[in-house]
Design a binder for this molecule. Sequence first.
Ligand code: ADP
Ligand code: ZN
Ligand code: ZN
Length: 736
Amino acid sequence: MSQRLILQVAVPAPLHTLFDYLSPDGEPEARLRPGVRVMVPFGRGERCAVVMGLARHSGQPSSRLKAARRVLDDAPLFAPGDLALLEWAAAYYQHPIGEVVANALPVRLRRGEPVVDSEHRGWRLSESGRQEEPARLRRAPRQAQVLRFLAEAPDGLTREQIYVRCGACRAVLRNLLEKGWIEACEVPPEASLPVPGGQPAPTLNAHQVAAVEGVARGLGGFAVSLLEGVTGSGKTEVYLALIEHALARGCQTLVLVPEIGLTPQLMLRFQRRIAAPLALLHSGLSDRERERAWHAARSGRARVVVGTRSALFTPLPRLGLILVDEEHDLSFKQQEGFRYSARDLAVIRAQRSGCPVLLGSATPSLESLNNALRGRYGHLRLPERAGGAHAPRLDLLDIRSARLDGGLSPVMLRLTGEQLQAGNQVLLFLNRRGYAPVLTCYDCGWVAECGRCDARMTLHLQSRLLWCHHCGSQRRLERRCPECGGGEVHPMGQGTERLAETLGQRFPDVSLVRIDRDATRRKGSLERLLGEIREGRHTLLLGTQMLAKGHHFPDVTLVGILDVDQGLFGADFRAAERMAQLITQVAGRAGRAEKPGRVVIQTRHPDHPLLHTLVRQGYDAFARMALTERRETQFPPFSHQALLRAEAHDERLPRQFLELAMALGRELAARDVEFWGPVPAPMERRAGRYRAHLLVQGAERARLQRLLARWVPRLPDLEGARRVRWSIDVDPQEML
Ligand code: ADP
Ligand code: ZN
Ligand code: ZN
């Protein structure tokens, strides 16, 4: 008797197993392949699931198996290697396989809609647009730019291509459409990937050549290398040269960049230089555009794929090289839902695909640095800035006895004034947005607090709001104290908004620009402001960590870092590492050959050993010192962690659940796995829920993994598990 094929499918549901289904009635077996989507009955409804494997027998009696309803795809969306990587990730991070697989699909395909890989909608010049003289559009330079670009492409261009060249431009396109100068069109598929460039590369210096050779030699096999290169040392040139090597072997390259690093400048640089089709995967794209890029990658048409975190899961049939830029960046770790590290998975993917992976950074994570120092990773270095620029000088400024004016010490104000006088740009860095972090009543001592979190409300004066940065709650600002009715309600402390006000009063004739999340909320505004800075239209730049990433400001001769002290004593053992990375990254933005930069750091702890080492000897020395500390305290990378979090409206429930979880864990665990806690989260109440966590730590990754595999699947059966929201975070990056 011929047995019906059993499909082992990943259903998007919070469950850790695959489900067996009978193949759909009358479906030819040839269409049943791992990697195709099927609609299956699930609960009372129907779900779009992915076939992970096929079998002749099921552990379930066949009378209890339901049949899948229909197969959705003629060809698998994922190759067997892609599926294996997803299964590996689900097991490692203890996340339901169906959700992991769904996460790797474009949104429309997740919903069970058909694959459409032929639509390439874009724009071309209309009849009247062709008559238009872009030079006439002097008042609308971006429109002129788009018109010129379209004039070079008679078949039209996709929005993605226009984005690569011109930056975020939905509004510009809308204007041109309203004027009747452009029209929608179908772009032929071969023309729909960004146009190849072929701009010549600079001659690489000896360090760069050694780095390129160090990786290129290993193409065709697995190897991990850390590229440690100070900002401006030419890491991107190394990436570009390596991509050329991979292209010459007929391979695809996957480039992962941090969330905020994927700027049109970087894209333009890639596009101008790489003479091969390029696909972009970033959050600025519409679902359709993302899907198109995904198909271009999956089909092998795109030879280079550049994307943020989630691009890691893109199917790439000819993957031959993976590059991770700014590998220390926190945005590679997804902090909710499926909590994975794209950087760590990049290493796993390279290993499974048998290709090299290069992790690049000016400030490597202590994890990667430790691997390099122990010889597990290759260690490539670019110790000097390319093009002869000098590294900026770092100085600590003791402000213990200084009278601060809007957070600025008199020395900082004087130095700023001097540089502005000399016609140079100054960058002031304060990692706190809003006007002031505290609003208080001088009469009764009332402080504005969030009703849903253990946190203070930040005052945003421009929008006249009190705003909780933790849960997003907002209240209108009142003149009077809600407690005593008095009128003596005043802000305390500094945010970027207030700093801008102070500086505006101090330097009224200077053009000042503020860069933070509030000032750049509108799409494209960050790009516009950065463009204005490059053109030299602003001389005083002030901002949050948004300024610390990816942008170079060669005319900046002074960087002032106003507030580093919370990084020295943060609750998180990674606080100092993050502070050092931020300082080094901000510092790296300044100066060039003929205009060396200087970095001045205000602190009340000028003798702090880590800060001292960082400033006197640089990030590398700091990192080695911090690693020694980590070894002594047995923190990662000298141990491995997982964090079980729980939260509930009732204060007692998270703790009770975690106590039971710990008791179970202790029963199952090997002796060298330890449990710490449960303790309240650093901010116990957030968005109305009480939060607590339990830290699990093991000296060996494998033992911790074995425990998690036995422990986590049993957590849903614990008493009270349904009355809390819980989640497991493997290799947590933040103890929040
Ligand atoms: P990083 O990625 O390390 O910050 P980039 O690759 O962006 O550094 O290089 C910094 C600057 O130096 C860029 O303007 C780049 O064009 C230039 N540059 C890099 N390598 C060279 C080289 N070998 N010769 C001349 N200029 C170079
Ligand atoms: Zn009061
Ligand atoms: Zn809140």
